[in-house]
Design a protein around this ligand. Structure first.
Ligand code: SF4
Ligand code: SF4
Length: 54
């Protein structure tokens, strides 16, 4: 997953991941990508379109 500079670390995407794979730290976003099912819920939830699949 690629996180662009637009990310404001609001946590919206993390709250929606059905597998709880996204962790928001102060100024970083960590993805447990191994278990990602590519449902795109996180990508579509971002208010500033900051997420893209690699
Ligand atoms: S929803 Fe978007 S802006 Fe908010 S933490 Fe996720 S990637 Fe960043
Ligand atoms: S694509 Fe789906 S499973 Fe993967 S991190 Fe985003 S919300 Fe979670």
């Amino acid at each position: 997953m690629i996180v662009s500079e637009w990310c404001m670390f609001c946590g919206e995407c993390a709250g929606l991941c059905p597998r709880n794979l996204i962790e928001v730290r102060e100024l970083s976003l960590n993805f447990n990508e191994e278990n990602c099912k590519e449902c795109n819920l996180c990508v579509n939830s971002c208010p500033v379109n900051a997420l893209k699949h690699e």
